[in-house]
Design a protein around this ligand. Structure first.
Ligand SMILES: CC(C)(COP(=O)(O)OP(=O)(O)OC[C@H]1O[C@@H](n2cnc3c(N)ncnc32)[C@H](O)[C@@H]1OP(=O)(O)O)[C@@H](O)C(=O)NCCC(=O)NCCS
Length: 166
């Protein structure tokens, strides 16, 4: 399930975001320091176009889902996620949590958020996540090259329309 983040969880979220594998899958890969993190959260929490939710896997906080680009006339939005890789690996629950977070994000997007189209972007090299998205019906809508910390990386844009979800 997805729920609001409590203030005391902010440091936990920073730790998850700073995991080397999450940084390697992101579009901004430097280690996020506490002050930058606090500024980012202060901006995000009052921005109607963005939302951050905590994903709970079997009752344990296990990751973050972010929605951006909300409030458009065409009822579209984008999402991203990262998980507590260390905690889930220890619990042997990484694969079910990947599936769970994807399902929860799609349900939230087309349910409470009322979206008609859900977009996401993923590094082309991130084949595991591309496959996961494909399994949930996302189609790859194109690619572009983006500067990721000084390196040109190929990024795949994906989309899912509400009518395509059973
Ligand atoms: C992982 C993922 C969410 C990261 O996305 P991202 O665009 O690199 O970063 P975010 O959406 O987190 O952040 C966008 C901006 O907010 C900033 N930001 C994000 N989290 C922040 C934080 N905790 N503190 C401060 N700033 C933050 C970023 O630096 C970035 O700033 P910029 O626009 O000035 O470059 C995204 O790449 C994704 O969904 N990938 C596919 C799924 C995946 O592979 N997940 C990891 C596997 S567990």
């Amino acid at each position: 399930m997805l729920r609001q983040m409590a203030d005391h969880e902010l440091e936990t979220v920073r730790r998850w975001r700073n995991h080397p594998k999450v940084r390697a899958a992101s579009f901004t890969c430097h280690e996020i320091r506490p002050a930058e993190h606090a500024r980012w959260w202060a901006d995000l929490r009052v921005d109607p176009a963005r939302r951050l939710l905590v994903y709970e896997h079997q009752g344990t906080p296990a990751g973050v889902v972010t929605f951006t680009g909300l409030g458009t006339l065409d009822h579209s939005g984008s999402w991203g996620f990262y998980l507590d890789l260390d905690g889930l690996e220890r619990a042997g629950a990484l694969l079910p949590a990947w599936i769970g977070v994807e399902r929860a994000a799609i349900e939230h997007a087309f349910g409470p958020l009322g979206l008609r189209t859900l977009y996401a972007e993923v590094l082309a090299a991130n084949e595991a996540v591309r496959r996961l998205h494909g399994r949930f019906g996302f189609t790859e809508a194109g690619t572009y090259t983006r500067d990721v910390d000084g390196v040109a990386r190929e990024v795949v844009r994906i989309r899912l329309d509400r009518e395509e979800v059973q």
